[in-house]
Design a protein around this ligand. Structure first.
Ligand SMILES: Nc1ncnc2c1ncn2[C@@H]1O[C@H](COP(=O)(O)OP(=O)(O)OP(=O)(O)O)[C@@H](O)[C@H]1O
Ligand SMILES: [Mg+2]
Length: 325
């Protein structure tokens, strides 16, 4: 799957997807990580031929999404974020109906639906109404629907958003099995750092329509090249944050210093973090900055996000939520 300069502008001024390049190998699980409104669904809709790009190009399985859209559609399965399910239907009825649309009938239809229900562990619940399903069961049914025509490539738009940890784990397990045992290439979007980290072989982080980092989760975290010391400052106003940043910035081994959320938190990227903790505390105290709490960690994908954007992914989510109100 390849995208070059893929762009979608919504008039008058929304740059939902702003010139992204993608290069995704067959057989991979590709994670597309971003906050609310960053452009994930818009990208999926262009790659799945549901939305025409403003500019740029994309190929899926080597086929052009604009000029060969019918062939593309035959090879992909899509589970969209806002999938509307008929709550009065049973899971089996939905799969039968959808399978008929793909031209299946008679014994083949029945067998295929039975198989799909097995794949997503829904055989027992198959004859209950969808209205009685949990969120996780509905997402598994979405997954089964996307698999009807045995696609080689699967697009999943936020398959676990809003699910509890157990249902989320079940989806992860199914996605892994589909990828490892059936060789299906998976393009999945997520707002969850942990999901991107655990499930994706390759990853791109999208922020305001632009890709700000890409690589395997391990590569991304290693790119930070330092440990992360987080300091909570009890009297953390802007001037305290500025004083703290200035005090620490020149210390040996410091790669970067940030106070991302304006709430008295200082994030220090520093080599050999364990050894640096005591000197950091001393340095801050000498600068008149009180240290409330100090923690040391290996970099996470959130640190990658923070380093590239200046804010945490969670903070970007909160900001998007405020904007939406
Ligand atoms: N049809 C449309 N008309 C105008 N603006 C749109 C349209 N669709 C999306 N947008 C805008 O484009 C931006 C990207 O939206 P998109 O749905 O791709 O984000 P997302 O990453 O999928 O977000 P979420 O995590 O909330 O699903 C947002 O600012 C959104 O409001
Ligand atoms: Mg979306």
């Amino acid at each position: 799957m390849v995208a070059r300069g893929l762009t979608k502008h919504f008039p008058p001024d929304v740059r939902a997807v702003d010139g992204i390049d993608l290069n995704i190998g067959a057989g991979k699980v590709f994670g597309f990580l971003g906050a609310n409104g960053s452009g994930k669904t818009t990208t999926i809709r262009m790659l799945t031929t549901l939305l025409q790009p403003t500019s740029g190009s994309a190929q899926v399985d080597g086929l052009d999404v604009l000029r060969q859209s019918m062939e593309v559609r035959r090879r992909i399965g899509v589970a969209l974020q806002e999938a509307g399910l008929d709550l009065l239907q049973t899971g089996r009825e939905l799969l039968m109906l959808q399978s008929r649309l793909f031209g299946l009938a008679g014994g083949r239809l029945k067998a295929r639906v039975g198989e799909l229900l097995e794949i997503v562990d829904m055989t027992e619940a198959a004859d209950r109404r969808i209205g009685t399903y949990s969120g996780g069961m509905k997402r598994r049914l979405d997954l089964a629907t996307a698999l009807i025509h045995d696609p080689r490539i699967l697009f999943l738009d936020e398959p676990t958003t809003g699910l509890d940890p157990i249902s989320r784990d079940a989806i992860w397990r199914h996605v892994r099995t589909l990828n490892e045992e059936r060789g299906i290439t998976v393009f999945l979007t997520t707002q969850y750092l942990e999901e991107a980290d655990r499930l994706a072989h390759e990853l791109a982080i999208i922020d305001s329509g632009k890709i700000i980092a890409e690589g395997s989760p391990e590569e991304m975290k290693a790119s930070i090249g330092a440990d992360v010391i987080t300091v909570k400052m009890p009297d953390g106003g802007a001037s305290t944050e500025a004083a703290a940043e200035a005090a620490v910035r020149g210390m040996e081994g410091v790669e970067d210093v940030r106070s991302p959320d304006g709430n008295g938190t200082l994030v220090i990227y520093i080599k050999d973090g364990a050894r640096a903790i005591a000197p950091v505390v001393i340095q801050l105290n000498q600068a008149g900055v009180e240290v409330g709490e100090i923690t040391l960690a290996r970099p996470t994908l959130d640190d990658v996000f923070l380093q590239k954007t200046g804010h945490h992914l969670a903070e970007a989510q909160a900001a998007a939520a405020r904007e939406a109100v």
